[in-house]
Every structure is written in C-alpha cells, then in structure tokens.
Design a protein around this ligand. Structure first.
Ligand SMILES: [Zn+2]
Length: 469
C-alpha cells in the first residue's frame, strides 16, 4: 500500500497469533475484529489507515504444543499458520500488510537491532533459574505457578491476569511444565544479556507518556500504578525460538516489538534489507504516522510497558502509541474459553454455517471491549441479508446534503479516530440514526439519505445489525 507523506496515517497493530492452534471466536472478537472495523471505518471515511500483524513464529508455546502432540515442530507450525490465515479470511478480517518474520532479510534486521539493544545499559546479565530440564530457563511456557499478586495460576515472566512482572522466585510453588519438577537452581549468567532492567526513572518516564496516550481500560492504569522497578526476560535458555547463542533465544515478546517496527518500515517503503536507521529516517519524513495497539488485557504489560520502553531505547519516538486498546475476554457458558476444558467455539466450526456479515455482527454484539461478555449464539440465528446499496450510495455517504446526514458523517469521523473508537459506540450510533430515520421525526429526504448511508456502511464494514443491539 502506497501512502502519501502529507496525510495523517493510522497504523493499527494487533498481536501476532501464536501458531499452536487455530483461532477461536474469542480471539476474533477481541483485538482482530476491533482493529479490522476501526481500520475499515477510517478508510470508508476517506482517511488513511493500515492494519498490520504477522505470525508469532518464535513463541515457546509452539514447540511445547508440538512436543505434546508428538509432532515435528516446523510441520506443525506451518499447518497452524494455514489454519489461522483461513480463520481470518472466514471472518473477513483483513490486513494491509503481514510480514514473514522467518525471512532472512528480517532475521538480519532483528540481529542488528538486538546487537544495538544489548549494548544499551538496560540490557543486563543476571543470574537465572533452571529446573530438571537443563535446556530451558525456568520462565515463560516452561514454568507455571501461582501469582502472589492476584493468585492466578500463571506462566512465569508476566502474569496474564494482573499484568504484573512475575519472576520464578516470586511465584508460589512453581512447577516445571514438561518435567513436573519443583526444585529450581540458580545459575550464573553465561555472559549474554538475559534481562531488561526497568528502573524507577523508566517507570516515571512511562507514566509521563501516558498523559498523551488514550487508554480506555482501567486495567492498564491500575497496572501502571502498582508497577515498581523490575526485571523482564530478554533472552532465555531454549532450543526453540530466535537463536542468540548456543541454547539461548530471545524473549519472543521482544521479537514481536521488532517485527512490528519492521512491518512499519515496510509500510513506509523501506526496502526489505533496510536497517533500523532507514526506518528512523522514514519515520522522520512521515511525521504524521500515528501508532495504535489493539490487544487482549493479558498482553497489557508488553504493549503498555515493554514496547514503550523499547521505543525509547531504540530511539523511535513516533512509535509511542496514541492509543492503547485493551479488550477483556469473550466467555462461553459464563466460563473462560478453553480447549482443554472443551469450552470453546473454534472459528472454523461456525464459519461457513452462517453468512459472514452475521458472524461479524454477532461477535460485535458480544465484543468484550470493557468487560467480559458471554458469547450470545442467538444473534447467529438472525437472517438479515445485506442490502445492495444504490450505485451512488458512496457519493451520498461521502457528501450528504441534509443537516442530519452531515452530522452523522461528522460523528463517524470522530469515532473512527483510534483514540475514540469503540464497537459499542458504533453500534449505538447506527441504532440511533436508524431509529431516527424510521420515525416521524425525520423528513422524507432525510430518511432516504440516512438509509443509504447506513446501508453503505454495512457493506463497507461487512456486518448487518437490527436494532435489538
Ligand atoms: Zn497476577
């Protein structure tokens, strides 16, 4: 996608899905659908926006799952990537750019970025812990235990429930996942930086950035209030991941940050072999780039703390986001969706059975933007065909003639700014405008114009709702 340097451009990132399984409806209803609708709404209104993501190829959970299933990791990973791509297509979730973070050009870029990061004073060599399996550091997918802050059963490094950093020595009764071992021994550093030290000044700096970032989830504000100086994993012992040295790989979340930056560079037409310096230059030319992140609250620490600090360390000031959009979770039968407990609806299981506009509308109705919401399958039974809009619907939508039509368009423009965007608010606006044009309050001309505008919007965003939302 070519973009004009003079326009404001919204770059909307979503977390790369981990190729250890297909997507369930909770994945789709969270960051992906919100980002997709936000991007499409922005484009429909003539603004420039791009939705970027990729695949989380280096995550320790991929190898762990393949081992559990007795499969060869790479073959399993490729199969899962195929499944994920298809799931996105089935729900009409579009990406303007998806980089391949296994390509050589990207791997070179990452190696050079990491060399720069390792020279920074935040990258430190610390002791680390190992359990019975000497190949793996006792962190991430390899160790679980109880979080002392919130009592969630969590994996090490960061608690997915309360978002707090969680080192193994803080965990209550940690267990090594693959061996069941409960004793861990402290090892000296092997000389490769293995932790990022986040000190009091860094936390103060992050708090300062928050004054200019739109945050619509109190979870993030609360997490930041509680945060104090800490360490987070930079590299770990593992035989799976992006290799740094023998038996040692980069924390997959640090890799995700650089993959996002590389994608941004590609969007700004930096060559595949471009360096971080080329991206810095491109960002200086394209000063009106605005970054927003959509993610599930369980990833808050990375998007709200680590990525901000990495942007500072790597001297990428305009990568500090304008909006941090964290969603809660879609539940099923009022319980967390979980494949191991057989409480899950896979995307592939309902796609094809229902028209895509109904699938999207039903997930929008259950979108867990601000609180957990139970998936209401009732909406799937709606059979509302999309209206084919008039051939001039686009020009009616772009240049409404009535005062209410103009007003409706203006409120949509305001809402499409990622800092303001919300699915709930969009559904409310459509609901209210429909009530208006179907009532005696509207003149015949207004009714005609607004009806075409709404029909055009439904086609562009590919969903259709009736007013029971
Ligand atoms: Zn916790």
């Amino acid at each position: 996608m070519m973009i004009d340097a003079s326009l404001t451009k919204d770059v909307i990132f979503t977390p790369p899905p981990t190729p250890n399984g297909g997507l369930h409806v909770g994945h789709i209803a969270g960051p992906y659908l919100r980002a997709d609708i936000n991007t499409k709404l922005r484009k429909t209104l003539g603004e420039t926006a791009a939705h970027l993501s990729h695949i989380d190829n280096y995550q320790t959970y991929v190898a762990k799952k393949a081992i559990e299933l007795g499969l060869e990791t790479d073959a399993f990973r490729h199969e899962m990537i195929g499944l994920i791509d298809k799931d996105f297509q089935r729900f009409n979730i579009d990406f303007d750019l998806k980089i391949d973070n296994t390509e050589d050009s990207y791997r070179r870029f990452l190696t050079n970025c990491l060399a720069e990061l390792f020279r920074d004073s935040h990258a430190v060599c610390r002791f680390e812990f190992i359990g019975a399996d000497k190949r793996h550091s006792a962190t991430e997918a390899y160790v679980s235990g109880t979080c002392p802050h919130c009592l969630q059963w969590a994996f090490a490094n960061v608690c997915e429930n309360c978002g707090m950093p969680l080192e193994i020595q803080q965990m209550i009764r940690p267990i090594e996942e693959l061996t069941g071992a409960t004793t861990f021994t402290q090892q000296d550093s092997d000389g490769v930086p293995n932790a990022i030290s986040i000190n009091r000044n860094d936390i103060e700096w992050i708090r300062e950035q928050y004054r200019n970032i739109a945050i619509d989830n109190r979870f993030i504000t609360r997490m930041l209030t509680k945060l104090s100086e800490h360490y987070v994993v930079l590299t770990l012992r593992s035989d799976y991941g992006f290799k740094i040295s023998d038996g040692r790989v980069i924390n997959p979340w640090v890799e995700i940050f650089f993959a996002h930056i590389y994608s941004l560079g590609r969007l700004l037409e930096v060559e595949p072999n471009g360096t971080i310096q080329d991206i810095r230059r491109a960002l200086q030319i394209n000063r009106n780039i605005r970054v927003s992140y959509y993610f599930g609250v369980d990833n808050s620490y990375y998007y709200c703390v680590l990525f901000l600090l990495l942007a500072k360390i790597m001297n990428l000031p305009n990568v500090i986001p304008i909006a941090l959009k964290a969603n809660r979770f879609l539940t099923l039968n009022h319980r967390k969706m979980s494949s191991s407990k057989n409480n899950v609806i896979w995307a592939r299981d309902i796609a094809g059975k229902f028209p895509v506009n109904i699938l999207r509308a039903s997930l929008m109705a259950s979108c867990p933007e601000y609180s957990e919401i139970d998936f209401d399958k009732g909406f799937l039974e709606d059979r509302i065909p999309l209206q084919i809009p008039l051939s001039d619907a686009q020009s009616i939508f772009n240049r409404p003639l009535t005062e209410v039509g103009k007003r409706f368009r203006l409120t949509l423009i305001e809402l499409s700014d990622p800092r303001n965007f919300s699915i709930e608010e969009l559904l409310n606006k459509i609901n209210k405008v429909t009530e208006f044009f179907e009532s005696k309050r509207a003149t015949a001309i207004e009714t005609e114009e607004l009806r075409h505008m709404v029909d055009y919007l439904f086609i562009q965003l590919n969903f259709k709702v009736t007013r029971h939302y």
